[in-house]
Design a protein around this ligand. Structure first.
Ligand code: MLT
Length: 266
């Protein structure tokens, strides 16, 4: 199986990449990316059915002007699982993808077999963080996606990635550059308004792996380790030589970590 599926959900159509057969592994991208964030992982994990949607407002999915929230993104993912006849999946989300997974765990726990939380955090935005979202919204509306890329890239990638692997920076800029402004603004609004998921952590009873780039300044490894410490039985791993985007910056190591975890959940 190697195909792009179009899943209609109310007023939008979601574009979903599907590779392989077996138990489902749902790969949820962060902001402002699309399924391309998982380009390496989509090619690996034989024996798993890899499902990588573009969230509404991203990649090949529709980008309505309004109606974005973590709840809506989670409802969309459930519609994707329903359309693909998946009762429960291992869910893997990076950063904003992790925020969406918290929403799945809160409202659709039976659909989650295990969770991989990459470079994400449970806390809601601080007041300063919310102001930053509003500034980014103004930047996206005024100057477009490429300006968002210019602002974000230095914080997204480890210094070594930028110095030694220029192709990764090019991939990231290309992904951000093709993101529709309506989707960027929608995601920023959804992240700004998301709730604190910290109370959820101690209630989780599914296997959890927390991963963070060792040089991630957005969702720090210290924060990732502390989050894992609040989840019963969770493991934590830091990825050396990666910033906020280990699946792209250190694909081999990141894929290996995920593969080792997957072996324990079957
Ligand atoms: C992401 O990668 O999804 C974002 O950096 C998350 C955030 O800004 O909180």
């Amino acid at each position: 199986m190697n195909r792009t599926v179009r899943v209609p959900v109310e007023d939008v159509e979601l574009s979903v990449q599907e590779r392989g057969e077996g138990p489902a592994l749902l790969l949820v991208h962060g902001f402002p990316f699309d399924h391309g964030l998982w380009r390496h992982q989509l090619k690996t994990f034989p024996g798993w059915r890899r499902i990588a949607p573009d969230l509404r407002g991203a990649g090949g999915s529709s980008a309505p002007d309004n109606g974005y929230s973590m709840a809506r993104y989670a409802d969309d993912l459930i519609a994707v699982l329903d359309a693909m006849d998946v009762a429960a999946a291992v869910v893997c989300g990076l950063s904003m993808g992790g925020y969406v997974i918290f929403e799945l765990l809160r409202r659709y726990r039976a659909r989650v077999r295990a969770a991989i939380l990459c470079d994400t955090k449970a806390e809601a935005d601080t007041d300063e963080g919310k102001r930053g979202r509003d500034e980014m919204i103004a930047l996206a509306r005024g100057e477009g996606a490429a300006s968002v890329a210019d602002k974000m890239v230095p914080a997204l990638l480890a210094p070594d990635t930028r110095a030694e692997r220029p192709e990764v920076e090019a991939q990231v800029r290309e992904m951000i550059g093709r993101a529709p402004v309506a989707g960027i603004v929608g995601a920023l609004t959804a992240m700004r308004d998301r709730v604190d998921s910290t109370p959820l952590l101690s209630e989780l009873r599914v296997p959890v792996l927390v991963v963070a780039g060792a040089s991630d300044g957005i969702s720090t490894p210290e924060g990732g380790a502390a989050m894992a410490g609040k989840i019963k039985g969770a493991r934590f791993a830091a990825v050396a030589g990666a910033g906020h985007l280990p699946p792209l910056e250190q694909p081999f190591v990141t894929t290996r970590l995920i593969a080792d975890f997957l072996k324990t959940v079957l």
